[in-house]
Design a protein around this ligand. Structure first.
Ligand SMILES: Cc1cc2nc3c(=O)[nH]c(=O)nc-3n(C[C@H](O)[C@H](O)[C@H](O)COP(=O)(O)OP(=O)(O)OC[C@H]3O[C@@H](n4cnc5c(N)ncnc54)[C@H](O)[C@@H]3O)c2cc1C
Length: 391
């Protein structure tokens, strides 16, 4: 870790918070109104505050934060603006994907990622199939290149990104030896086009675009790591990235509670602040309870991950609980705000919409329930099911 001690890390965190609230928060109404994050204007500022470098190891010029140290940075981003959070989340989580590459690939990409000279995105989702092994994108070997064909959609950062980690099946010309792999596709490669998609409900301003690959000649050296490791690479990076989504949900939920508390104390009906009404107190108490539970779930998962443990079940549990908790918390925060909360001018209205992306990012609830249940039904997970691991 680049910070010599806890105090230096704390000072960094404070610097990030000050920057976000002083310089980004005032831009939020403009981003929401225009539906666009002014990325090129913000790039030097994000760079200055290390926001592209958080998870890049020190050896590659990054800050080398642990997952537990990165979490408060991400949480603060979610409190301020969901679109900027989504953008930086995808870039920073992609570090874990690029780290699965060969040493020369890590050397080629990670320092530029840390500097923010290379914005990265990952492309799994397709319009004509489910994610992962259901992919229809194919890359057929031909001499020193793969000819990549396929379509991806809803790909965050695609408008601005310089590097696209594309999940697809590499194969021989006769279709034999199909292997799920990741190809590193650069902006501007012939046959690669990026098309805009409709604006999103929340997390406004980040780009989520449609990618079209038509006979794109991708050099064989651009296979991330080795051919056939796509599933393993996908699971390895999603495992921690899904906990980061839960951290983002926690940030949104904490901010919603802060705003609800402020409003409940200010809004007076029948001569008393609504905060004095037992029914409103009930909402606030339920919100705080969800936040407490979520905070401790993610802390447990982050600490286990930093200690080198695999956390596939914890990761899905955090993501599943987080999306349900942030849904409940933002519902109640909206109720506490009454009619004014429904107006576009209200921050609670934005947080309510931002929270709904957490339901979709990196797997829907049904997918996480499937992962958790599958593991529960395995013998070796029985102890976790009985709670013996934690208490
Ligand atoms: C704003 C935004 C940004 C995104 N960014 C990215 C990105 O950067 N990169 C990327 O690769 N993707 C990205 N996505 C895609 C996102 O990960 C998917 O939308 C999400 O995983 C759901 O997949 P889908 O849209 O194909 O839905 P579908 O797979 O069509 O699912 C529709 C419904 O059916 C259920 N379902 C589908 N299959 C099954 C099954 N086998 N068993 C049980 N239930 C099932 C789902 O749970 C869901 O409720 C983004 C999406 C959004 C909205």
């Amino acid at each position: 870790m680049i910070f010599p001690d806890e105090a230096a890390y704390r000072a960094y965190l404070q610097d990030v918070k000050t920057f976000l609230w002083r310089e980004i928060d005032p831009l939020v109404p403009q981003i929401e109104a225009q539906g666009r994050i002014p990325f090129e204007e913000l790039r030097p500022k994000f760079r200055q505050h290390g926001l592209f470098a958080c998870l890049v190891p020190e050896a590659y010029g990054g800050l080398g934060l642990s997952a537990t140290q990165y979490a408060p940075v991400l949480k603060e981003l979610a409190k301020v603006h969901g679109g900027i959070r989504a953008m930086l989340h995808v870039h920073n989580s992609s570090v874990h994907l690029i780290e699965t590459g060969r040493p020369e690939q890590r050397q080629q990409y990670l320092p530029r990622m840390a500097q923010g000279d290379l914005l990265v995105c990952f492309a799994l989702t397709e319009p004509d199939s489910g994610s992962g092994l259901d992919s229809k994108a194919t890359a057929v070997r031909q001499g020193d290149v793969y000819l990549l064909n396929g379509r991806k959609h809803l790909i965050t950062n695609a408008r601005e990104a310089e590097l696209f980690a594309v999940f697809c099946f590499t194969q021989n010309p006769d279709g034999s030896e199909r292997a799920f792999s990741v190809l590193l596709v650069e902006r501007g490669m012939p046959g690669f086009t990026i098309e805009p998609m409709a604006p999103t409900m929340g997390c406004v301003g980040a780009s989520h675009e449609f990618l079209r690959f038509e006979q794109v000649p991708v050099p064989r050296t651009h296979v991330l790591g080795e051919e056939g490791r796509g599933s393993e690479q996908m699971l390895a990076f999603l495992e921690i990235s899904r906990v980061f989504i839960a951290v983002a949900a926690l940030g949104t939920a904490e901010r919603a509670l802060e705003l609800a508390l402020e409003w409940a104390k200010r809004r007076v009906t029948f001569g008393k602040p609504i905060a004095s009404r037992q029914a409103v107190q009930g909402y606030l108490a339920e919100m705080a309870t969800d936040i407490y539970a979520l905070r401790h779930m993610v802390l447990d998962a982050l600490r286990k991950y930093d200690a080198g443990q695999r956390i596939p079940e914890e990761s899905s549990m955090c993501k599943l609980f987080a999306l349900e908790a942030v849904g409940r918390v933002t519902d109640k925060a909206l109720l506490v705000h009454g009619g004014l909360g429904y107006l576009k001018s209200s921050r609670i209205e934005m947080l309510y919409r931002d929270a709904r992306l957490n339901w979709l990012e990196e797997g829907t609830p049904t997918i996480h329930k499937l992962i958790i249940a599958r593991t529960l039904l395995q013998e070796e997970f029985a102890a976790f099911g009985r709670g013996e691991e934690l208490l």
